[in-house]
Design a protein around this ligand. Structure first.
Ligand SMILES: Cc1cc2nc3c(=O)[nH]c(=O)nc-3n(C[C@H](O)[C@H](O)[C@H](O)COP(=O)(O)OP(=O)(O)OC[C@H]3O[C@@H](n4cnc5c(N)ncnc54)[C@H](O)[C@@H]3O)c2cc1C
Length: 397
């Protein structure tokens, strides 16, 4: 390796790290992005079961970054309506886009296609050095510079180091930043399934007693299925033969989609939410899941990763344009404050929702039934939830 000093070093070429690198493409800054995965896996990531519900804001950002052009139309879903159902009740909290300046609530795109599109738009970026198959073994910073040690002993330096290395970020730990984590003791199983009856572009979230089920409409007679179960039940569901699993899911949805068939592997993800106490310190910032790893029920992790990367990029770009230090703590603190304003209500709100909908006591069941009815009746509450989930009114303005 020849170059060892950069303006910005990003650790982690996941969707958040790549998004940040792309956002800084129009700056004169020299950027390096490091990932443990090899180049071929980064360029063509395999299907991982996650289908990402995108807000209108994220869709717009992906268009601005040139990523959207690399997402095949026929592999996305469109959500026109959404409903939330409590247990076996027929009553649903219902959302649609009517009167909001759009005819859909959001889009669903498989995570591996987002990763592939993000890689495609950065791979020839002139100010970016890609370092695949490289692991970081040490990170430290001081007032003058940041330093990253690689697994072959090479030392890289930079004015700013950004960790985008997942919710279990090793670099966050190396920098001594603490994080609160919340283990829900549950596992979410995600997969795609074909079905006989149409989904009518409706996303459905059913909160049953010890399980939550979500159907996200994909293109045609296909849906993304998200099942949250206690760990032992998830182990049993993963071990079921394919047809038995498919029949079980069809039954859990009350046959509303007719017969169902798995079209992908089942992918289990243990549910652990993580919130870093600080997002920044001297010449160091966290983005993506390394800053906040959300419970997936409200579909916000990637959306927040993308908007957070944009906020950090704005500070860095502005400092570079002024000829100031891009790693100066006051600029990083502005990023932290702005990102926390977006993150904290969603993080705590999502965790409270999960607690409410996994509380099987009689008061818990009554409370969530009442919450759905109140949500339907109180227009400001409903609009607020709709805005949080979709950003639909922001784009309509
Ligand atoms: C089941 C499920 C459903 C979801 N649904 C949604 C949704 O609908 N909407 C939404 O917005 N979000 C959703 N999310 C969240 C979304 O997937 C994540 O927020 C997003 O993938 C995080 O991206 P990231 O780049 O921060 O981290 P990651 O995707 O975890 O990428 C981290 C990268 O860092 C690399 N790395 C790690 N350690 C090192 C190291 N030491 N050295 C070098 N490289 C390293 C890894 O190889 C990886 O490439 C969902 C998540 C799950 C699990």
């Amino acid at each position: 390796m020849t170059q060892t000093h950069f303006d910005v070093i990003i650790i982690g070429a996941g969707p958040a790290g790549l998004g940040l690198a792309r956002t800084l493409a129009d700056t004169p800054l020299n950027i390096a992005i490091i990932d443990g995965l090899d180049g071929e896996t980064l360029a063509n990531p395999s299907e991982d079961g996650r289908d990402i519900a995108l807000t209108h804001t994220s869709e717009q950002i992906m268009q601005d970054l040139g990523m959207w052009a690399h997402i095949p139309d026929d592999q996305c879903g469109l959500i026109r309506d959404a409903k939330v159902i409590n247990g076996k009740s027929d009553y649903a909290l219902h959302f649609d886009a009517s009167g909001k300046g759009s005819d859909y609530l959001g889009r669903i795109v498989p995570n591996y296609l987002i990763r592939r599109a993000a890689y495609t738009v950065v791979k020839d970026q002139e100010n970016l050095t890609m370092m695949p198959e490289t692991r970081v073994t040490g990170v430290k910073t001081d007032a003058q510079s940041g330093q990253v040690t690689l697994d072959d002993g090479t030392i890289l330096t930079a004015a700013l180091i950004v960790a985008a290395d997942s919710r279990f970020s090793a670099s966050r730990r190396m920098m001594g930043l603490s994080a609160n984590s919340l283990d829900f003791g549950r596992v979410v199983i995600v997969c795609e399934m074909a079905h006989d009856l149409p989904h009518n572009n409706t996303a459905t979230e059913c909160f049953h007693y010890d399980q939550t089920l979500a159907i996200l409409p994909m293109n045609g007679l296909k849906s993304s299925v998200v099942v949250t179960l206690p760990t032992d039940a998830a182990d049993r569901a993963m071990a079921m033969p394919e047809q038995e699993f498919s029949d079980d899911i069809a039954a859990r949805f009350g046959g509303s989609l007719g017969a169902m068939r798995l079209t992908t592997k089942r992918h289990p993800y243990p549910l652990v939410a993580v919130l870093a106490r600080q997002f920044v310190t001297t010449r160091f910032a966290l983005v993506g899941d390394a800053a906040v790893g959300m419970h997936p029920v409200t579909a916000h992790g990637y959306n927040l990763g993308l908007s957070g990367a944009g906020l950090l990029a704005n500070e860095v770009r502005a400092a570079a344009a002024r000829g100031d230090d891009i790693g100066a703590l006051h600029g990083l603190k502005r990023y932290e404050a702005a990102h926390k304003r977006a993150v904290l209500p969603l993080y705590h709100g999502t965790n409270a929702l999960v607690r409410l909908y996994t509380d099987n006591t009689v008061p818990g069941r009554i409370l969530r039934g009442a919450a759905l009815r109140l949500g339907n009746v109180l227009a400001p509450v409903k609009n607020r939830i709709l805005h949080q989930l979709t950003h639909i009114d922001e784009r309509a303005r």
